[in-house]
Write a protein that binds this ligand. Structure first.
Ligand code: FA5
Length: 327
C-alpha cells in the first residue's frame, strides 16, 4: 500500500512541476488534494484496514499530503513571479515611441497684428495701458473736447447703457484717464475693442479694434508726430513705406490730420492724428506754455486688411476656421 502512496506522490509531483500557469497548478492541486481528489480517495480506505495498520497508513497519507503541499508552494511561487515579470513586460510603456499628435490652436490674426503693433511701439518707448470697454461719457467724449451736442459725436453713434455710460467708441478715451493720473512727460499706448452703432458692411462693424498712441513732453510738434508715425508704419509695413498726411477734423487735436500709407500703388487711409488740443491739456492742469503733445489712432482690422488683402472685415468676428487658418 505504501507503494501506492509513493507512486501517487511521484506522479502528483511531476504533474505539479509540469504546470505552466497558476491556473494549471490549481487544477492539478484539486485533482490530488481536492475534496474528491486522490488523497481523499486513499483516506476512505483507512476504514477497510485492520486497527493496527490504520494509524500507520493515516500518518503516511498525511505525510504525502504535506509533501504535495510543499511542492505546490514552491511551484506556485515560481509561477507567480514569472507571471508578474511577463505582465510587467507586456504592460510596460515604451518611452521611445513618438507621442500622439496634439491638435494645436493658433492666435487670431487680430491678436497677431496687435502683438506686432505692441512690440513696435513698446520698442519706441510707449507704455501700454488698458482702458475699460464700458466707458464714462466724460472720458469717451466730454474730456476729449467734444462740446455738448457737437455733430462730431454723430460720426460715432454709440451704445449707451445709461445716461453716463456707453461702450467706448474710440480707444482715445484712455487719454483723459491717464492725464488725471500721470504728469508729463509721458508716452502711452492702448489697444482694444471699440463699439459703434453702425450699419455693418465690408469696412464697418459694430465691434472692431483700435489702437491709440499719445505722448506729452516739452516742445512736441507735428515733426515729432510725423517722425513717430513714419517710423511706426515702416516697422509695420516695410522700410520703404510712404506716409501721407491730410488735414482732418477731430475735436481733440489741433491741427488734425488723417494719414495714409502708400501700398501696392494706392494711398490707403490708416487712421487719424494730430497735436493734442490745448483745451485738453489745460483741463488736466498741464501747463501748455511748457508742454504739448501728439496723438494718433488707427483700426487694427484695417492694418491687417492692408497687409493681407482681406477685403471684408466681418470675417474677423465670424470665427470661420477656413478663414482663420490662412494666417
Ligand atoms: C477715431 O476713432 C479717432 N479716435 C482717431 C484719432 C486718435 C484721431 C487720436 C486723432 C488722434 P476714426 O473714427 O476715423 O477716428 O477711427 C479710426 C480708425 O478706426 C478708422 O480709420 C478705422 O480703421 C477704424 N474704425 C472706425 N470705425 C470703424 C468701424 N465701424 N469698423 C471698423 N473699423 C473702424
Amino acid at each position: 500500500m505504501s507503494d501506492a502512496i509513493k507512486s501517487l506522490v511521484d506522479s502528483a509531483t511531476s504533474e505539479l512541476r509540469a504546470a505552466t500557469s497558476t491556473a494549471d497548478l490549481a487544477a492539478v492541486e484539486t485533482k490530488y488534494l481536492g475534496r474528491k481528489g486522490s488523497i481523499n480517495e486513499l483516506r476512505k480506505m483507512i476504514g477497510t484496514l485492520s486497527a493496527e495498520k490504520r494509524p500507520v497508513f493515516g500518518a503516511r497519507i498525511n505525510e504525502a499530503a504535506a509533501t504535495l503541499n510543499l511542492v505546490i508552494d514552491s511551484v506556485s511561487s515560481t509561477l507567480k513571479s514569472g507571471e508578474l515579470t511577463s505582465r510587467l513586460e507586456s504592460e510596460s510603456i515604451d518611452v521611445t515611441l513618438s507621442g500622439r499628435p496634439f491638435p494645436e490652436g493658433g492666435l487670431h490674426p487680430l491678436t497677431r497684428t496687435s502683438d506686432r503693433i505692441k512690440s513696435v511701439l513698446s520698442a519706441m518707448g510707449f507704455e501700454f495701458v488698458d482702458g475699460p470697454e464700458l466707458e464714462d461719457y466724460a472720458f469717451n467724449f466730454a474730456a476729449l473736447n467734444y462740446p455738448e451736442d457737437h455733430p462730431a459725436m454723430d460720426e460715432q453713434s454709440s451704445f449707451f447703457v445709461s445716461d453716463s455710460k456707453l461702450l467706448r467708441t474710440q480707444t482715445t478715451a484712455l487719454q483723459g484717464r491717464m492725464m488725471k493720473e500721470r504728469r508729463p512727460p509721458f508716452r502711452f499706448a492702448t489697444i482694444g475693442r471699440c463699439f459703434r452703432y453702425e450699419a455693418v458692411d465690408a469696412t464697418h462693424h459694430h465691434t472692431f479694434h483700435q489702437i491709440d498712441v499719445f505722448m506729452v513732453d516739452e516742445k512736441i510738434s507735428m515733426a515729432d508726430l510725423k517722425g513717430t508715425l513714419a517710423a511706426f508704419t515702416r516697422a509695420m509695413f516695410g522700410s520703404e513705406t510712404l506716409v501721407r498726411f491730410r488735414p482732418d477734423f477731430f475735436p481733440f487735436v489741433e491741427p488734425g490730420v488723417d494719414y495714409a500709407i502708400r501700398w501696392k500703388g494706392r494711398w490707403l487711409e490708416l487712421g487719424g492724428a494730430g497735436l493734442i488740443h490745448p483745451n485738453i491739456l489745460r483741463a488736466h492742469g498741464i501747463n501748455t506754455d511748457k508742454y504739448s503733445g501728439f496723438a494718433f489712432g488707427l483700426g487694427v482690422e484695417r492694418a491687417h486688411m492692408i497687409e493681407t488683402g482681406v477685403d471684408d472685415l466681418r470675417l474677423y468676428l465670424e470665427n470661420d476656421m477656413r478663414f482663420l487658418k490662412q494666417f
